[in-house]
Write a new protein. Structure first.
Length: 285
């Protein structure tokens, strides 16, 4: 097989023949499937599929797209075809905490996270040096209650001018406006702690310590205009006990946050995530 790798993703209403609609054409074009995942959701009556394949010779992409488009229309199928090495452009939003951004930048630098980062945006100047070390443009956009609309307008301008395809809130400690959330819905990923019982407001880990929690976790999700209520992509959890003081809980939480966010970004970039109403279908790596 050649080194030409592709990813085809599709979803449509549940109907007989949906798998063959994808794999049949791949076989017809002598394209070798190296990974295949599918799921039929009996609750929403939606079908989801992701196929990775190799081409023995250069794929006649235009012909394939035309033929697949004709086949897909029979099933009301929305679909996307990309080279496996495609690098989407990802904007990072961050405040002062650097653990999530550090992990994303490290994976990016090592080549294990297949993205381009045209800009890092922050409401604080603290991480400018870190961005400079990776040679990534850093935009310091301070914000107050009075300047929030103007600041978000600047963020949106950078996103548009950068042709960004994904926005990652790597511990960006500002609540986005409903208007901004609506613009980014389905293509911006946020991370937040997951503690049971739930604790909101200031110092959640200190609140958790007072209640004697036994688990610490994190949730990565797409944003919408309901605070921390968007479709979940990935979650992480670990056990703690009475020996964990508030600072220990914070450190444990940060470790889980960075790993969980990086996993969610990788799953999105590798086209493993499908929106299914307010839920997601996520095919394993």
């Amino acid at each position: 097989m050649s080194d030409q790798h592709w990813i085809l993703t599709a979803q449509c209403p549940s109907r007989l023949g949906t798998i063959d609609a994808v794999t049949g054409l791949l076989r017809q074009h002598q394209l070798y499937v190296t990974e295949l995942h599918s799921f039929d959701d009996s609750h929403s009556n939606r079908f989801f599929i992701r196929a990775c394949f190799n081409a023995e010779s250069a794929l006649k992409e235009d012909d394939f797209r035309q033929q697949f488009s004709e086949r897909a229309s029979e099933f009301e199928m929305s679909w996307e075809l990309r080279p496996a090495d495609y690098k989407p452009r990802v904007i990072m939003l961050v405040s002062k905490f650097d653990h999530c951004l550090n992990d994303l930048l490290y994976q990016y630098k090592m080549g294990s996270l297949n993205i381009e980062i045209p800009a890092i945006i922050s409401n604080h100047p603290d991480l400018k040096e870190l961005a400079g070390w990776y040679d990534i443009p850093f935009h310091h956009l301070p914000i107050t209650a009075d300047t929030k609309p103007q600041q978000e307008a600047q963020i949106w301008q950078i996103i548009q001018e950068s042709n960004a395809e994904l926005v990652v809130l790597a511990r960006y400690m500002q609540v986005l406006s409903a208007e901004m959330c609506q613009k980014l819905e389905g293509w911006a990923i946020n991370i937040h702690h997951s503690l049971l019982p739930g604790f909101k407001g200031a110092k959640p880990y200190h609140q958790a310590y007072e209640k004697g929690v036994k688990t610490v976790g994190a949730t990565a999700h797409y944003i919408n205009d309901d605070l921390d209520e968007g479709p979940i992509i990935a979650q992480g959890i670990d056990s703690v006990d009475h020996a964990y003081y508030p600072d220990d809980l914070v450190a444990k939480g940060r470790d889980i946050e960075r790993v969980t966010l990086t996993r969610a970004v990788r799953q999105h970039v590798e086209q493993r995530v499908f929106l299914n109403g307010n839920r997601t279908v996520v095919f394993a790596q």
